[in-house]
Write a new protein. Sequence first.
Length: 80
Amino acid sequence: MLAIKPIVPKPKNIDWIHDNNVRRDKIYLLLCIINYILITAHPRNRFAQKLHNLITQYPIINTSNMGFPDSWSNDKFWSM
């Protein structure tokens, strides 16, 4: 649980996640915000790919407990 819940940024020219049911008290939203900032600062960064690889490398991790939707990696936001 996050003590300080982040606020979802208002997207401009960057697609935002398509799942509107994201919990504000889970790490997934924070990772989305980090990815958004990184795309803004450096559009060709590899954060999304590295996150996907890390989660794939450790399948024992329960991503739903971290607030990840089932098909999070298929969202256009993560494939930029």
